[in-house]
Ligand binder design. Structure first.
Ligand SMILES: [Zn+2]
Length: 479
């Protein structure tokens, strides 16, 4: 029979060319297709299913902490975008504009939202009157557009899908508490669901979000030891509130400005999953988020009873709450094995005539290829246990990779010499001066990732200027 699909051996090895390996995977695991607009990709069902699982998990965490979903318009009038000076300066270079409605030129240009702070500000200014209306804890799931010059599927695209939370509070303390609460939710989600260890910290002023007083981030290390900013949470103080006239009357009937936050996580996380866990055979998905956790593959299915038994097992496993699939297509078992390895399905269940005679089947782990022979009656017990083992192993492996590729440096020369041999995170002290941060970026190619919450004392002075330095910064080449 025709096996038209390309073979796994055609994937570029990640050790030879990581970027090409990534591109091969997103295509061959059927995650994306390119569209006719540069930088805009089609999320195919497999990627969309993964994104829906991400959405479901995050949305649950948002709602548990009192947030509500809303839907805002896709367009922002130019005058509205321009109300907050830093914000518009930050986004103007990558905004897409709508200038015509049909054949008629619009009186005012409309920007396609690159992010929705300004829309939420205008709305909050209208609907919040008194302290009784606060806080407002809104989130929206949507796509945004940023006209990027270089693009890569999931990592940087002109249109991408995300959630953006926007909240307003009566006090600075409450807004700051919210900012950190959401950062912690992102960190928990990355580690517990995606098996991606993250460093929580604060961005330097240079790397802050446009218009924010403080930006917090979770930073992850990919398999190639580059950094991926994986989620950010911003504290705006009352900056936007002053620009947009967002006021409320407090308990003493005095007008006060609101304090604001925003936070976002995007389809970038799909890229993070690929680049953290994938290998030369394809994707490796963490069981907790995988669209399919186990695939049942009958072996020698032409023999009597095999298909029936495979079907019976599939029904049983599904009833036990495992996200399972059965492949009864005419492709050979070998082809199927390669196909589901490419798709990163955490567990494969093989069952053939001899297994059936012995009342057992074989479970094969995607992450380490380990095979376990399991009696039918033990399956519903063994599968969830194995899925948990895989989830834990993936996290530990990623953590080990990060630990083995994190270095410390006391001087700029030391940083440069580390980079001649290694890629990874470098921890160093920093005096807080922009000039020193820029010099490190210029000479090493590494922007600051963050000032981790968990600080260490590496030296007494800044590696660049030699002045006293009290903050430890993590540096790394970033996606
Ligand atoms: Zn310095």
């Amino acid at each position: 029979m025709a096996e038209q699909k390309k073979l796994v051996s055609e994937i570029t090895s990640m050790d030879v060319d990581f970027a090409q390996w990534y591109t091969d995977i997103v295509k061959k695991a059927e995650m994306i297709d390119y569209s006719s607009v540069k930088g805009c990709v089609i999320m195919r069902p497999y990627a969309q299913a993964l994104w829906e699982n991400i959405q479901q998990a995050l949305d649950g965490m948002f709602k548990e902490t009192g947030h509500e979903n809303v839907a805002m318009p896709i367009f922002i009038p130019e005058s509205l975008l321009q109300k907050e000076k830093d914000h518009v300066e930050g986004f103007a270079p990558e905004v897409a504009w709508v200038t015509h409605g049909g054949s008629e030129k619009l009186e005012e240009r409309l920007c396609v939202r690159p992010t929705s702070e300004t829309l939420f500000c205008e709305h909050y200014a209208k609907i919040v009157r008194s302290w009784r209306d606060l806080p407002k804890l809104y989130n929206q799931w949507c796509s945004v557009v940023r006209w990027e010059k270089t693009t890569r599927p999931f990592l940087r695209s002109r249109e991408f899908w995300w959630q953006e939370g926007h909240t307003v509070h009566a006090t600075a303390e409450e807004a700051m508490e919210e900012t950190l609460r959401m950062l912690n939710i992102y960190a928990r989600f990355a580690e517990e669901w995606l098996a991606i260890p993250v460093i929580k910290g604060e961005k330097t002023e240079k790397e802050r979000f446009a218009g924010a007083e403080k930006t917090y981030t979770i930073e992850a290390m990919m398999h190639d030891c580059k950094a991926l900013q994986s989620g950010t949470s911003h504290y705006f103080g009352d900056g936007f509130a002053r620009a947009f006239g967002m006021q409320y009357t407090d308990k003493n009937n005095t007008l006060q400005y609101m304090y604001q936050t925003s936070w976002g996580m995007s389809t970038r996380m799909i890229g993070a999953i690929i680049m953290t866990h994938g290998d030369n055979e394809g994707l490796v998905l963490p069981p907790r988020i995988a669209p399919t956790q186990l695939v049942v593959i009958p072996v020698a299915s032409h023999k009597p009873g095999v298909t029936e038994k495979a079907q019976e097992i599939y029904e049983m496993v599904k009833a036990a709450g495992v996200r399972a699939k059965i492949d009864l297509s005419e492709n050979s078992p070998g082809w199927k094995f390669a196909e589901y390895e490419m798709k990163g399905v955490p567990l494969r269940l093989e069952v053939g005539p001899r297994d059936i005679a012995n009342g057992q089947c074989v479970l094969v782990r995607r992450d380490n290829r380990e095979k376990t022979v399991v009696k039918f009656e033990k399956l519903t017990e063994k599968i969830p246990a194995l899925l948990q083992e895989i989830q834990d192993a993936l996290f530990q492996k990623a953590l080990k990779n990060r630990e083995e590729h994190t270095y410390t440096a006391k001087t700029l020369d030391e940083m440069k010499s580390i980079l001649t041999e290694h890629t990874g995170f470098i921890k160093s002290m920093w005096c807080g001066d922009l000039a020193c941060e820029e010099k490190i970026k210029e000479e090493t190619g590494m922007p600051s990732r963050c000032m981790p919450f968990e600080q260490e004392h590496i030296a007494d002075v800044c590696p660049v200027c030699g002045k006293p330095a009290h903050k430890m910064v993590v540096w790394g080449i970033a996606y």
